[in-house]
Design a binder for this molecule. Structure first.
Ligand SMILES: [Mn+2]
Length: 318
């Protein structure tokens, strides 16, 4: 299968690389890791990184390419970090003559001619790097750096259970091309002074009761730090890593609602107690220990917190 990947890249003169909407660091890291590797190895080929929907990590990567539809008709499409075709950013992947998918999400559907899906991989960048390693590819340092950055962001700096022997092995292969670890980490995990102040605000105003730490943040509260709703909601980790907090939750006011009442979107995290089934009952969902809810009134938030406290009581005091 790996041989097939390399012979396809060899065969096509035009290659377009796609990834999911709201691109995060693993999506962009794998996309630009792939692009810079092809460019270095085959300077005569036309390689495009496509997709306009970008998340906050886009500033750490080069600009997205422009290309005419006609050029894509004879192309090879490589779709990265995307389990279902609906989430591919830029519909023109369909124009390609041949399609490859490389992904680590839970399998949803087959949409490509050749698929590499490894659900246990810590990041799509890990799978891409593994493919390169198995083929003894010499990577340009910039390519190794992009792939490494996708791995550290999806595994939270090698700290969550998706980190495996393979993750470390592949990371060590990437390091052999010369990566300044300190600078990559700084680039991806440092925060601005405004964000730092907002995190301090959250820590100061959090309520902690019966195992649940939570805070409701109004629009004015996060706007004073110059943050958008999305940025304000991402900072749930500012409440994490506290022994006593079994569950921690950040609720941020969403001003874009027609009803005219104050509604909150929330991020919920749990150390060990399952919470996504509760989130499902409040217009939300996600992973077992990390999930979100949307459009809750202040009373619904209170009810949700009560349900979370009850869950801790029933599961942890037996
Ligand atoms: Mn990923």
């Amino acid at each position: 299968m790996i041989e097939q990947f390399f012979s396809l890249v060899e065969q096509f003169d035009t290659i377009a690389i796609y990834r999911h909407i709201n691109a995060d660091c693993d999506a962009l890291g794998s996309q630009f890791g792939m692009k810079t590797w092809i460019q270095e190895k085959y300077p005569h080929k036309k390689v495009y990184a496509l997709g306009k929907s970008l998340g906050s990590s886009a500033k750490l990567f080069p600009a997205i390419d422009e290309v005419e539809d006609e050029e894509l008709i004879s192309s090879l499409a490589i779709v990265l970090d995307t389990p279902n075709s609906k989430r591919i950013d830029d519909e023109r992947w369909k124009l390609a003559k041949y399609k490859i998918k490389i992904d680590h999400h839970v399998f949803v559907e087959t949409f490509a001619d050749l698929e590499f899906v490894e659900e246990t991989a810590g990041a799509t960048c890990e799978i891409v790097a593994k493919i390169f390693q198995q083929h003894n590819e010499q990577l340009p340092p910039v390519c190794a750096r992009y792939l490494y950055s996708g791995i550290i962001s999806d595994t939270l700096q090698f700290s969550i259970p998706t980190t495996s022997y393979q993750t470390m092995q592949v990371a060590s292969y990437l390091l052999s091309f010369g990566i300044d670890i300190a600078s990559v980490n700084r680039e991806h995990f440092s925060r601005s002074y405004k964000e730092f102040q907002y995190e301090a605000y959250l820590q100061q105003h959090v309520t902690f009761q019966d195992g649940v730490a939570y805070i409701k943040v109004g629009e004015e509260d996060y706007k004073q730090f110059g943050l958008t709703l999305k940025e304000a909601k991402e900072k749930v980790y500012a409440l994490g890593s506290v022994h006593e907090f079994e569950i921690w939750a950040l609720f941020v006011e969403n001003p874009e609602n027609e009803q005219g009442e104050i509604l909150y979107n929330g991020s919920l995290r749990s150390q060990r107690v399952t919470i996504n089934d509760i989130a499902n009952q409040y217009h939300g969902g996600g992973h077992r220990l990390a999930c979100g809810v949307r459009g809750l009134t202040s009373q619904e938030v209170d009810q949700l917190i009560h349900d979370l406290q009850e869950r801790i009581k029933s599961e942890l005091t037996v």
